[in-house]
Write a protein that binds this ligand. Structure first.
Ligand code: C2E
Ligand code: CA
Ligand code: CA
Ligand code: CA
Length: 278
């Protein structure tokens, strides 16, 4: 049955490929995942390049489901976006991340930022600004300890996006552009969008030591950020050579396996304690 009118039925089609049914399985699992407590948030350190000091973390979502096993966010986030499930899930992540960051402060650790990924669908939600404001009030986290990571795709809806970004900035929240340079968008938005930080995508960082073209792209992005008065952070830093390159180019911050993988709140606490001793 091909027609998909209001009263038509859809029958199982055995030719349906594996990826479609896997996708359906993920969608079904995702619908129950929040109430079943199947999500966890892990935190990856963000480090100041010149001092090696921890200045913040990025909150990253993890999902383990009895049927699907551990599913990568690269696989389930797009499905959550498509189905709208990203709205309640994203709200949950934001709340967890703010709560956790405040808990570290309350435990006596030096205050640091937490960066939370906001999908474009979440960003377009009409009450996003209110939700963020509410979350900060409920968790008692000061706004300047929250950073929202946005992708270039939000630029499609420029006028609304700019207005929202201003409202968030007025609250004191930081905004960064994630995966910078991969969105095929014109650079002119950098003039009009009130952002604080560019995050250099790991696809560029990966080859800075082996591919002169990637090296010169990273160099250019860092210089551009400096010239525009923006902060710049490189992600996907895995080796000392990559870090040394970034140091030489005066990239402000870095994040990647070289420092730490994304870890549980308990393990991040160990990182914080080591940092305090150094
Ligand atoms: P992203 O925001 O670009 O996050 C960076 C990804 O790179 C993370 O993958 C992180 O674990 C990984 N990574 C960090 N350092 C290194 C490194 O040195 N080498 C390599 N190879 N990888 C590194 P993860 O956690 O699997 O997340 C994948 C993507 O899923 C994220 O990409 C983000 O787009 C999305 N995502 C994750 N959590 C959330 C969330 O809470 N909300 C939304 N909307 N998206 C999320
Ligand atoms: Ca991110
Ligand atoms: Ca990224
Ligand atoms: Ca990415």
């Amino acid at each position: 049955v091909k027609e998909q009118g209001k009263n038509s039925f859809q029958f199982y089609d055995p030719s349906m490929n594996e990826s479609v049914s896997k996708k359906m399985q993920i969608e079904i699992g995702l619908r129950k995942a929040l109430e079943r407590n199947e999500f966890k948030v892990v935190y990856q350190p963000q480090v100041e390049v010149h001092s090696g000091r921890l200045i913040g973390t990025e909150a990253l979502l993890r999902w383990t489901n009895p049927g699907c096993g551990t599913v990568s966010p690269a696989e389930f986030i797009p499905i959550a976006e498509e189905t709208g499930l990203i709205l309640p899930i994203g709200e949950w992540v934001l709340h967890q991340a703010c709560l956790q960051n405040k808990a570290w402060q309350n435990a006596g650790h030096p205050p640091m930022r937490v960066a939370v990924n906001i999908s474009s669908r979440q960003f377009r939600q009409s009450n996003l600004v209110e939700k963020v404001r509410e979350t900060l009030l409920r968790t008692e986290l000061e706004p300047h300890y929250l950073e929202l990571e946005l992708t270039e795709s939000i630029i499609q809806d420029s006028q609304h996006a700019i207005e929202k970004m201003h409202q968030l900035r007025e609250m004191g929240i930081h905004l960064s552009i994630d995966d910078f340079g991969t969105g095929y968008s014109s650079l002119s938005y950098l003039k009009t969008f009130p952002i604080n930080t560019l995050k250099i995508d790991q696809a560029f960082t990966r080859n800075i030591y082996t591919d002169p073209k990637d090296a010169s792209l990273v160099d250019t992005i860092i210089n551009m950020a400096h010239n525009l008065g923006l902060k710049v952070i490189a992600e996907g830093v895995e080796t000392l050579e990559q870090l040394e390159f970034l140091q030489k180019k005066e990239c402000h911050e870095a994040q990647g396996y070289y420092f730490s993988r994304p870890v549980s709140p308990e393990d991040l606490e160990i990182y914080l304690e080591q940092q305090a001793v150094e």
